[in-house]
Ligand binder design. Sequence first.
Ligand SMILES: [Zn+2]
Length: 200
Amino acid sequence: MRCLMCGRNKDGGTFRDIFDGADPLCQNCRRQWQKKKIRFRLDGIPAESSYVYNDAFSSCLIQFKEQGDEALKDVFLHEVRDYLHFRFHGYTLCLMPSTDEKYRERGFHHLRSMFECLKMPVTEPFVKISGQSQKKLGRRERLEMRSMIALAEGAVLPEKVLLCDDTVTTGATLSGALSVLPESVRKVRIYTVSANVRWL
Ligand SMILES: [Zn+2]
């Protein structure tokens, strides 16, 4: 099997390459990721991340998300899959939205692909309004809708939700999602695969 980032043949690699043959990355590439259990709060809600958003993580995310390398989908949660399954048992994954333009441009839903390997219940109740469509809204509507996130019409949410995103940079998207959650949601947690240094 070849490493999905550098293309090196893993069969001739280190002991760990052979031992963890299921990892789509070779140990050399994996070592450049900085795994770290990062805990913080966003608008008072407990949040957790598994990696520092560094160059290695960022290039892999860009190759996956913006260059359409969908084969990389299982790379991101490979090391933490079992842990997340256990830690957030009973929660429904609630994926952060992209704009319709982005979905069309990419041709796939990157978070859906990324979180699929957890085999947990998933919901996508939010919509993200693009700058273009936002101009059509009235001033008050614009003010009410923080970070251009809205709840999709008719969206029904379970009682326990885990808001998920690939990375947290400013927290604006997650914060916007928190602000439109209906009261029927009793327990909320946040998980982002990586976190930018400002959250450390
Ligand atoms: Zn590699």
